[in-house]
Write a protein that binds this ligand. Structure first.
Ligand code: ADP
Ligand code: ADP
Length: 233
């Protein structure tokens, strides 16, 4: 069973009388442990693809399956619970909860899922150790650097051992050194747990991390070799 499978997914936005066909019969299969980078010009539909794949935005047609479970045949409540357990998200602007400490941010998905506080705390602390922030456990986001905040976000995204991690421009707000640290962590932690990664980026440094690079062309995700737009080809 693939970690993520999109089958003939279509997504159109309607703005007044105008229809924008962002995804058109879009197919994508990502296996456990794969690191897929999606790149391409602004407006091509990269964020839309991630949102549909992550159960945040409904497709008009087609199916999205995570570990064989059809996301959009679940009701809203089931999908939210499934998302918390099986999908991890990392965003450009971190999206940490300002009032919570680093370790509380990391353990939050477990707490929301009903994990006993003591177990959630221990697992949160373990993940913070793995991203090199043992000494920052009780700091709030405002007391951390951008790179440290993104490492907390990576720890939070992986705390539930998801099968798929979705990252939208995770280095877009970081300097070069922090970007490298975050990407190295993403790669090593996801390899250890065979977590599939789908990373959307403009950052040339991030593109190098992909085991596969795709471009969104005409509403579909195409391999970089086939498009001739650089990448590995
Ligand atoms: P208009 O250009 O007047 O806004 P539409 O965008 O509604 O017209 O449709 C243009 C064409 O695209 C039609 O042939 C329609 O069947 C097709 N189409 C509409 N929605 C989709 C979709 N989500 N994916 C692929 N093709 C679509
Ligand atoms: P990318 O991430 O590649 O920059 P997006 O997925 O954000 O592209 O957007 C693809 C297209 O869909 C763009 O033309 C954008 O303007 C349009 N779009 C995205 N979200 C919406 C929305 N909520 N409503 C209307 N149009 C949208």
């Amino acid at each position: 069973t693939p970690a993520l499978q999109l089958d003939r997914v279509a997504k159109t936005y309607r703005i007044g009388d105008e229809h924008v066909h962002v995804l058109v019969d879009c197919d994508l299969t990502v296996r456990a442990g794969e690191f897929v980078v999606i790149t391409g010009p602004s407006g091509a539909g990269k964020s839309t693809l991630l949102h549909v794949a992550g159960g945040l935005d409904a497709p008009d047609r087609g199916t999205v399956s995570v570990s064989g479970h059809d996301l959009w045949s679940m009701n809203r409540r089931a999908r939210a619970a499934f998302r918390r357990r099986h999908l991890g998200f990392v965003f450009q602007f971190f999206n940490l909860v300002p009032m919570l400490s680093a370790v509380e941010n990391v353990s939050l998905p477990l707490v929301l899922d009903g994990t006993p506080a003591r177990v959630a705390d221990a697992r949160g602390a373990e993940l913070l150790d793995r991203v090199g922030l043992t000494g920052r456990r009780h700091h709030r986001p405002a007391e951390l650097s951008g790179g440290q905040m993104q490492r907390v976000a990576v720890a939070r995204a992986l705390v539930t051992r998801p099968s798929v991690l979705l990252a939208d421009e995770p280095t877009g707000n970081l300097d070069k050194q922090s970007s490298t640290e975050v990407l190295d962590l993403l790669r090593s932690l996801c390899q250890e747990d065979s977590t599939a990664v789908i990373l959307v980026t403009h950052d040339p440094a991030a593109i190098g991390y992909g085991s596969r690079t795709l471009h969104i062309i005409d509403g579909n995700a195409r391999s970089a070799d086939a498009t001739g737009i650089g990448g590995d080809g």
